[in-house]
Design a protein around this ligand. Sequence first.
Ligand SMILES: C[S@@+](CC[C@H](N)C(=O)[O-])C[C@H]1O[C@@H](n2cnc3c(N)ncnc32)[C@H](O)[C@@H]1O
Length: 393
Amino acid sequence: MTKLIATTAVGLEEIAAQDLRDSFGLPALAGRNGAVSISISGPAPCPEVIDTVRILNHWSRSLNRVGVILCEGHCPDLDSCYQLALGADYSPLIDSEQSFAIRPLRKGQHSFTSIDLGRAVGQAVIDSVKEAQGKRLAVDLDEPEAILRAGLHGDEFRLWLDTTGDMPLHRRSYRKQHHPASLMPSLAYLMLRIANWAGGPLIDPMCGIATIPIEAALYARGIPPGQFRTGGWAYERLPWMEPEPQATVSGGTIPKPLVDRDTRLEILGVERFDRHLQGAWLNIAEAGLSDELRVVQGDAADLESVLDDSESYPVAVLNPPYGRRIGSRGQTEILYGRFCQSAQRSGIRRIVVITELLRAMERSVRDANYEITARHPVMYGDLRAVIFVAEQA
Ligand SMILES: C[S@@+](CC[C@H](N)C(=O)[O-])C[C@H]1O[C@@H](n2cnc3c(N)ncnc32)[C@H](O)[C@@H]1O
């Protein structure tokens, strides 16, 4: 039995696990602190593990990293982390000729630092491999051949071999132009899943550099995010990974497109500011979607002047400003109210929106005669945000 870990946005573990079950046929279970686990019946490395690692890294839209769990358990102090890591068997996955690094992540109150954690666990791995294979593993913090992640959340410890690498999967290489408040592409995709979007007309009325429209089009067309990745994946440096990809995942499949090739996508992005619009066009071109997506300059508070009579967008997925990096909080709250009124007049039936300004958004959607049908709290970096689903009442 091999247990894989997939990491995602904290708070959306169940949405991501459902996505892995639906899209890949994997037995994914939601955990805590952004973790999803996948148990595979064979030992690591076996063909099912190799396929799953490769396919999730290449195809998954909702994940940040994919790894193989080496050991996990309750560890109240540093010595118990050392002892647990010392007892793990590294020989099937880590060769004593390889260099390695521990990347520690510590959350909660501890009497030691993340650096202490990394040092103790690193020593345990060195001691264990020396005992089993008679050779001391070399440490290389800059360009290790094997990256091990040591996570300690409260007293829950987990050590895993990262198959993705230091560049997480949510960093999509089609993004050439940046934005001060851009959305993580993996979160954009999870919002599309929360919206139950199935490839029909979609509007992002405050699209910035078009993250949501781009992720929607890639999803609809069945284009893997890994197609754009520059710099490769950490698994390519692991000797036990086979060179040739296979087409199945543990009896499951790779995700299918949502729409057939002849169906025209109706995905519209609206953005008020020219500089972000320029960025959107550049990113769309980089993703090879210039013929698929439309982004226009306009005001989300006056969508009627953007849309012509023949256009109708029943679903809106958006990430409006929170009044932190852009504009003030007061102006932002006014914008929420005006956007919701305009959405109602424009025939938008479902709004899926991420925001930190919970009360202002709740008030705005209700005043515009929408009913909130779901709330998904999510950590967005250090921000506590909520993804609301609001349906026309
Ligand atoms: C948080 S950002 C969205 C980022 C976007 N999701 C991305 O990943 O690039 C909010 C965007 O809303 C735009 N915006 C603000 N007021 C607007 C309005 N009245 N109409 C349209 N866009 C607006 C801002 O310029 C900004 O680009």
